[in-house]
Ligand binder design. Structure first.
Ligand code: OAD
Length: 252
């Protein structure tokens, strides 16, 4: 099948679906200049996650955890949604996309205009003091001195995201399960699908009878075992083309 035919196939699959859920990962934000985690140039090449991103590091060596967090905060603070994010927002506005389950902590789906976003791993937009619970926007803390300390009690701030060694918040987990179980098309966008429990969502959708379609420049662990098909490409290239094709098909 040619690339163009693949775009048409996905557009048709979207148009005939009753409920569509997307699972997004770091690849979705690569075109917004936010580094992904795995592979060449990924964050985990530079920072060992067990060493820098574990909750016990934040508790016992916060200055170390904040080296990674500070780098991520700075990258995210200047990032803007890309064409892939905007295409998903349009897919929601057109009435096709119900929910996004995102593993990303950058808030770009919200910024692009999507309204139903489950932030499975939390987000970096806000921080909470680990001692007194003081909660504020990340833009209000200074990254000049790390770790940033609470203006009220001098405790260490923790971004409102999930660290290794922490459980997924029950509400996000319950909703993501519910949406995955009840969709009939799951779009798996820019994720290597190796981190559980997020990676189980396509499996849950598939077992409940949904079609699973990936958009990713590379095959993943899902490709041959779970996905119905994959469109090999960047989400910022493929998603806008799919949305344009839907609009054309709707006119016909
Ligand atoms: P990964 O870095 O594991 O995977 C990124 C995926 O995006 C890969 O499959 C790439 O091929 C793909 N990719 C790269 N550029 C792309 C583009 N322009 N368009 C589409 N896809 C592209 O990131 P995640 O799967 O999101 O968790 O990682 C999952 C979790 O692992 C993260 O949420 C994070 C990390 O540890 C925590 O920190 C708790």
């Amino acid at each position: 099948m040619s690339f163009d035919e693949e775009i048409t196939t996905l557009a048709q699959d979207i148009m005939r679906s009753r409920k569509i859920v997307a699972l997004s990962g770091a690849g979705m934000s690569v075109e917004s200049d936010i580094a992904s985690f795995r592979g060449k140039g990924g964050l985990w090449e530079k920072y060992d996650p067990e060493e820098y991103a574990h909750i016990s590091t934040l508790r016992h060596h916060p200055e170390k955890a904040w080296i990674l967090l500070g780098a991520m905060q700075k990258e995210i603070a200047k990032a803007k949604p890309n064409r892939g994010h905007y295409a998903l927002a349009e897919l929601e506005q057109l009435g096709f996309l119900k929910t996004i389950i995102t593993q990303n902590v950058d808030g770009l789906h919200h910024l692009a205009g999507n309204r139903d976003v489950i932030e499975f791993h939390g987000n970096l937009q806000t921080v909470t003091c680990m001692d007194c619970g003081h909660h504020l926007s990340s833009s209000e803390i200074s990254l000049d001195d790390i770790p940033p300390r609470c203006s009220k009690c001098k405790g260490v701030y923790k971004p409102d995201c999930i660290f290794f060694g922490e459980a997924i918040p029950v509400e996000a987990l319950t909703r993501a399960h519910q949406e995955s179980r009840t969709c009939d098309l799951m779009l798996v966008l820019g994720t290597s699908a190796v981190v559980y429990p997020a990676a189980s969502m396509p499996e849950i959708a598939k077992s409940a009878g949904a079609r699973v379609v990936e958009i990713n420049p590379s095959e993943t662990v899902l490709t041959r075992f779970v996905s119905d098909y994959i469109i090999l490409g960047k989400t910022g290239d493929v998603l806008p083309k799919v949305v344009d094709r839907i609009k054309t098909l709707k006119k016909d």
